[in-house]
Design a protein around this ligand. Structure first.
Ligand code: ADP
Ligand code: MG
Length: 243
C-alpha cells in the first residue's frame, strides 16, 4: 500500500504536481491517465526519490514514512519503478546485474546471513525464466544491448519477480510491448494482485487498459487529480477524451 499525503513536486521552483492525495491500496491495480505534460512521470520519479525533483508532503509505504530516504532505500523498502527509456550497458552481463541488485537487497533484509552462492542464485533465476518466456542464454548477454523492446521489459519483470516489491509502478511500458509481452504482463499482474501488491500503471494505451483488469482510474491534469473512478471511466474517456 502506498499513501501520498499533500504531495507537491517541483523542479527549478516550477510546480509540476500540486497537493496530490491518494492511497493506492494493496491488491489493486490503478491506472493513471492524462495528457502529456500533466505530471505523471514527475510524480512517479519523485515517489522513487529522483534528485532532480523537490518533493513536499508525505509518502507512506506499507506503514513506513519513506519521504526522506534515498532512492536505494525506497527500492529496498519495496518500491519498484520501470525505466521509461531503458539504457544499454555494455560490459555488464544480465546475470551479474541481477545478482548485484539481489545481493544488495538480500544484505539489507537478512543482516548477518550470507547471500546465495552464484550457483544457487543462477538456479533461482533459471526457475523464473519460463514464466517470462525467456531463454537461459539471455543471462549471458550484455545488459540490454541489442535487446528488443519486449526483451527489455521482460528483464524488468524478472527483476520484479526476484526482488518481490510491494508497490510496482510501470510508466508507459506499453511502447516496447508486443502482443506476447502484453500477455506475459497480464499474467504477471494477475499474480501480483493475488500476492497483495499494489500496481500503478501509467499509460495512454487503451488496448493495454482493455487487456488488464484495472480497479481504479485516476485522470491527471496540470499536476492534480482531475477525476477518479472505477474502470467505467475508461469508456467515458474513450468517448469524450480528456475534457
Ligand atoms: P507526463 O509524464 O504526464 O507527460 P511529465 O511529468 O513528464 O508529464 O511533465 C510534467 C511537466 O513537468 C511538463 O510541463 C514538463 O515540461 C515538466 N518537466 C518535467 N521534467 C522536467 C525537467 N527535467 N525540466 C523542466 N521541466 C520538466
Ligand atoms: Mg510521462
Amino acid at each position: 500500500m502506498l499513501s501520498l499525503k499533500q504531495v507537491s513536486v517541483s523542479i527549478h521552483d516550477k510546480e509540476i504536481v500540486d497537493d496530490f492525495n491518494y492511497t493506492f491500496a494493496a491488491g489493486e491495480t490503478i491506472a493513471i491517465l492524462g495528457h502529456n505534460g500533466s505530471g505523471k512521470s514527475s510524480l512517479a520519479l519523485s515517489i522513487m526519490g529522483h534528485p532532480r525533483y523537490q518533493l513536499a508532503g508525505t509518502i507512506i509505504l506499507d506503514g513506513q514514512d519513506i519521504s526522506g530516504v534515498s532512492p536505494t532505500d525506497r527500492h529496498i523498502a519495496g518500491l519498484f519503478l520501470s525505466f521509461q527509456n531503458i539504457p544499454e550497458i555494455p560490459g555488464i552481463r544480465v546475470s551479474e546485474y541481477l545478482r548485484t541488485i539481489y545481493n544488495t537487497h538480500f544484505a539489507r533484509q537478512h543482516i548477518g546471513t550470507k547471500s546465495p552462492s552464484p550457483f544457487v542464485f543462477r538456479r533461482m533465476i533459471e526457475k523464473l525464466l519460463p514464466w517470462l518466456w525467456l531463454d537461459q542464454s539471455i543471462l549471458d548477454r550484455d545488459l540490454f544491448v541489442g535487446f528488443s523492446g519486449g526483451e527489455k521489459r521482460r528483464i524488468e519483470l524478472l527483476q520484479v519477480a526476484l526482488l518481490d516489491p510491494s508497490v510496482i509502478i510501470l510508466d508507459e511500458i506499453d511502447s516496447g510491448l508486443d502482443i506476447d509481452a502484453i500477455d506475459i504482463l497480464r499474467g504477471q499482474i494477475d499474480m501480483w494482485r493475488l500476492a497483495g501488491k499494489t500496481i500503478i500503471l501509467i499509460t495512454h494505451n487503451f488496448h493495454l487498459l482493455d487487456s488488464i483488469d484495472v480497479d481504479r482510474i485516476i485522470v491527471m491534469r496540470d499536476g492534480q487529480i482531475e477525476r477518479e473512478g472505477d474502470r467505467s471511466l475508461v469508456e467515458t474517456i474513450r468517448r469524450e477524451g480528456f475534457k
